[in-house]
Structure formats: structure tokens, C-alpha cells
Ligand binder design. Structure first.
Ligand code: GDP
Length: 336
């Protein structure tokens, strides 16, 4: 039986003060299911939990447990009975993958999150953190993007399928809390990078794609290296270890209704990112912009005031995080 720690705070209602219990802190021996534990986000959450002394972490590969399969997910929850769930399993990809396989992006993500969230409710999971994405916000959002801008205008077309699925997931958490009294919260990370990312240049996000393309051009002494779009869009990037720190903090300390943005608070153009990676790798050739590939949304910088008000700050600067990721790529056979 897992014990739950609680903090108390004093709240005032009609001038009368009450002590209310607000936070359930995970016990170090609580059973914690990290869905997607081998991916970029899930593996970072596992690293963070292990470093913090959590001892009972459960994970299954997609070969062991297909989260799109309702019966398989039910049996997993029947057998494991987790206390806490980090829902970091999803079908993810960069702009080209999102734009090319929208049916798979909407189907797989709706199925995975529906199965896991519903079973978490049926099995009395104490708390669940659902991972979304900054692409859930409207394409033409005022910047930096506040949580309250959700569903105020149309989405960016290149990732609409993924965004609609993620919006359904965060709404599912909200409505389960409302009707069933569950404690399911939703975090919306900006563009992430770091170890265990997808480094397939056709389907990956921009940072892993640029690392591989520019490194290959450097290694092969290619006079040119082709990248996508115009370079004009702005993007915000966060190292996945900073993300994991935020997500574990939210699991332990956040119980409010609003979704929570997780970002670094600063952005740069794709052109500036390309030049930074070019410098870090030492590539001297020419960058060629393939403008037949889409730019995507012009800008998506998150407002992170809600998260920073809880004491969290990003700690890994982009240049340092990229250098670390380049070293990881060397050590893990990505650059060969
Ligand atoms: P997004 O942030 O959801 O749009 O997705 P990505 O992480 O795939 O970033 C896409 C942005 O980077 C777009 O403006 C692309 O045109 C640009 N980009 C430049 N080169 C590449 C590349 O090789 N791969 C990817 N995925 N994006 C690239």
C-alpha cells in the first residue's frame, strides 16, 4: 500500500479560513508508470525519477504493449495497478511526418491517450500527467502564448491532426476531473531536443534533422547542405532534461485546472539555429534552403509565467544542450 504525503494550505471562503489539502507527493516506493519510457520525453522522465530516488518505475516497449490496443492496456493496468502515470507515449514527428501521415497521427494518438487515461480512471490512479505540445495553440496566436489562448482561433494546417488529438487528450483530463473527480493534469511542452530523440531526417523534428544533415555534410566534405523552408520561422527549444524536471514538479505539486506551458522563454529563427549548429559542428560549406518544404507556423513562443511561479526555471542553455546532444550522438552511433 502506497502512502501519500500531503501539503496543506489555508484558503479563505466568505471570510472563513479553511485548511485545504492540495498536493499529493509521490512516495519514493510508489509504482510509477512512464508510458513511452524509451522515447525522448519518457526516458528523460525516468532519468529524473531515478536520480530523485524513486524505486518502482514501470515501463513497457511498444512491442511488449501496444497502447493503441484497448484490451492490452486494460490487462496491463489490471496486472500492474500503477499509482501514478506519466503519459509520454505518443506518435510524434517533425513537420514532414505530421503533414504526410495525418491519419496515423490522429488515430494513434487518440487511441493511446484514450486507452491510458480511461484505464487510469478505472484503476484509481492517484494522479496522471498528460504530455501535449505547443502546437495545440492557434497558428495566429499573440506571443508569448498564454494557456488561455487555447481554442481561440484556427490551428496550423501542417500539424492539425496531431494538435486535434492532443486537444482531445487535455480535454479528456479536464472532463474526467470534472465528472469523476480524478487528478489528471496536462503539460504543454515547446519544441524539445536531447538524447533518445528520433534522428531519422525524413520524420524527425528540426534539431535532430539538422544535427544529422550538417554532420554528414561536414564528414563528407560536401560543398552544400540542404535544409528545409525559408529559415524565417521562429522556434523555442527546451532540453528534455529541463522538461523532465518540470513534469515531475507538476506531478508532485500542481493540482489546478489550467494546462501548463513548459518552455525556455526565448526563441530564435530557424536560420539562426542552422548557423549555430553549423558553427558547433564546424561545417564550412554552404546552406541551401529547400523552400518547397513548408515553414509551418511562423512563431510559437510559450508564456511560461505559470510554471516559473512554481519555482521552476530552465537550466540548460541552447548552445550547451546542443553540444551535449552532439556528444551523445557521437557516443551512441548516430554520427558514423
Ligand atoms: P514544427 O516546429 O512543429 O514546425 O516542427 P519541426 O521541428 O519539424 O520544425 C520545422 C521547422 O524547421 C520548419 O520551419 C521547417 O521548414 C524547418 N526545417 C529546416 N530544416 C528542417 C529539417 O531538415 N527537418 C525538419 N523537420 N524541419 C526543418
Amino acid at each position: 500500500m502506497i502512502k501519500t504525503n500531503v501539503f496543506c494550505r489555508v484558503v479563505s471562503l466568505y471570510g472563513v479560513f479553511f485548511v485545504s489539502i492540495i498536493y499529493a507527493v509521490m512516495e519514493k516506493d510508489a509504482k510509477i508508470y512512464v508510458a513511452g519510457h524509451r522515447g525522448l520525453v519518457g526516458s528523460a522522465i525516468v532519468r529524473n525519477l531515478i536520480a530523485a530516488g524513486y524505486t518502482n518505475i514501470v515501463g513497457k516497449t511498444s512491442a511488449e504493449l501496444d497502447l493503441r490496443n484497448q484490451q492490452a492496456v486494460k490487462e496491463f493496468f489490471d496486472n500492474e495497478q500503477p499509482d501514478y502515470v506519466f503519459l509520454a507515449a505518443a506518435k510524434v514527428g517533425g513537420i514532414h511526418a505530421n503533414n504526410t501521415y495525418p491519419a496515423e497521427f490522429i488515430h494513434d494518438n487518440l487511441a493511446i491517450q484514450t486507452n491510458v487515461i480511461h484505464q487510469a480512471y478505472l484503476h484509481d490512479v492517484k494522479k496522471l500527467v498528460f504530455l501535449g505540445s505547443s502546437c495545440i495553440y492557434p497558428r495566429a496566436c499573440p506571443q508569448p502564448i498564454k494557456e488561455e489562448y487555447l481554442l481561440t482561433s484556427a490551428l496550423e494546417k501542417t500539424n492539425e491532426a496531431y494538435a486535434v488529438a492532443k486537444i482531445a487528450g487535455l480535454k479528456m483530463c479536464e472532463f474526467y476531473n470534472k465528472q469523476y473527480g480524478t487528478s489528471f493534469i496536462a503539460a504543454m511542452p515547446t519544441n524539445l531536443y536531447g538524447p533518445n530523440d528520433n534522428f531519422n531526417v525524413e520524420t524527425s523534428h528540426v534539431i535532430p534533422a539538422l544535427l544529422v544533415k550538417i554532420y554528414n555534410a561536414y564528414k563528407n566534405n560536401s560543398p552544400t547542405c540542404e535544409v528545409w523552408g525559408t529559415g524565417n520561422p521562429r522556434r523555442e527549444f527546451l532540453h528534455v532534461d529541463d522538461l523532465a524536471r518540470a513534469v515531475v514538479l507538476l506531478m508532485n505539486e500542481y493540482d489546478q485546472e489550467s494546462i501548463v506551458n513548459i518552455g525556455s522563454g526565448t526563441d530564435l529563427t530557424i536560420r539562426e539555429l542552422v548557423m549555430l549548429i553549423k558553427d558547433l559542428i564546424g561545417y564550412q560549406g554552404e546552406i541551401v534552403w529547400k523552400s518547397s518544404q513548408p515553414d509551418g507556423t511562423p512563431r510559437k513562443l510559450l508564456n511560461i509565467d505559470l510554471l516559473t511561479s512554481m519555482g521552476w526555471q530552465p537550466e540548460i542553455a541552447l548552445t550547451d544542450g546542443l553540444q551535449e546532444t552532439i556528444a551523445w550522438c557521437h557516443q551512441n552511433g548516430i554520427f558514423n
